[in-house]
Design a protein around this ligand. Structure first.
Ligand SMILES: CCCCCCCCCCCCCC(=O)SCCNC(=O)CCNC(=O)[C@H](O)C(C)(C)COP(=O)(O)OP(=O)(O)OC[C@H]1O[C@@H](n2cnc3c(N)ncnc32)[C@H](O)[C@@H]1OP(=O)(O)O
Length: 157
């Protein structure tokens, strides 16, 4: 199944978390499953915090890019538009909050399941559960904002 990130233009496909053109990055892939957005990612042994447990910064990074991708997909869906149709809608992180509820075992794939809790103007709020070995170990809340054309002083491609 095609992921949201497969539709990112080459010009914005270098993100460390989600860019398919970043050979050093996580290259996450996110899809709809009904009303939820789902990313599955298997941490490597070097993604260790304390032996046996996943580094929290990795979890935050996964929540971040899972959520910005989910925000874009939600806005396309709300406007009844095909993913990747023009003009593109791209989202950046305005705010990233993660609650680490319990240690996340470094033992196979993590599943991130996101819910769109608000779409207002250029803003989409996404809440995400991080599930490891069948248990929710972290919960994220991201405010994603549609990227302005002059983002960072540069023209958005
Ligand atoms: C499917 C295909 C998709 C393609 C996607 C490709 C993407 C690839 C990229 C992947 C990237 C991967 C991820 C990365 O790593 S993205 C990199 C990390 N993020 C950044 O560098 C973003 C830097 N910040 C900015 O550029 C601006 O501050 C932004 C653009 C975020 C907002 O400044 P702007 O002047 O434009 O916005 P506004 O003031 O009109 O506010 C608009 C609404 O947003 C709300 N708000 C704003 N900030 C916050 C906040 N901190 N907390 C809570 N809410 C906040 C605000 O209250 C308002 O809502 P409301 O009050 O009306 O309700």
């Amino acid at each position: 199944m095609e992921a949201f990130q497969d539709h990112y233009d080459d010009a914005v496909a270098h993100c460390y978390g989600c860019g398919r053109n970043n050979e050093h990055g996580h290259q996450i892939k996110t899809c709809w499953e009904g009303e939820e957005t789902v990313t599955r990612f298997t941490p490597e042994p070097y993604h260790t915090a304390i032996p046996g447990f996943v580094y929290g910064g990795l979890i935050a990074s996964l929540v971040d890019c899972h959520s910005t991708g989910s925000a874009a997909a939600a806005m396309y869906r709300q406007q009844n538009r095909e993913l990747g149709s023009q003009p593109p809608m791209r989202f950046v992180t305005g705010s990233l909050h993660v609650d680490y509820l319990k240690p996340t075992p470094l033992d196979g794939a993590l599943e991130l399941r996101g819910r769109i809790v608000e779409i207002k103007g250029r803003k989409v709020v996404v809440e995400t559960d991080v599930i490891a070995c069948g248990e929710v170990t972290a919960r994220g809340r991201v405010v994603a904002v549609q990227m302005p054309a002059d983002f960072g002083g540069a023209k958005a491609a």
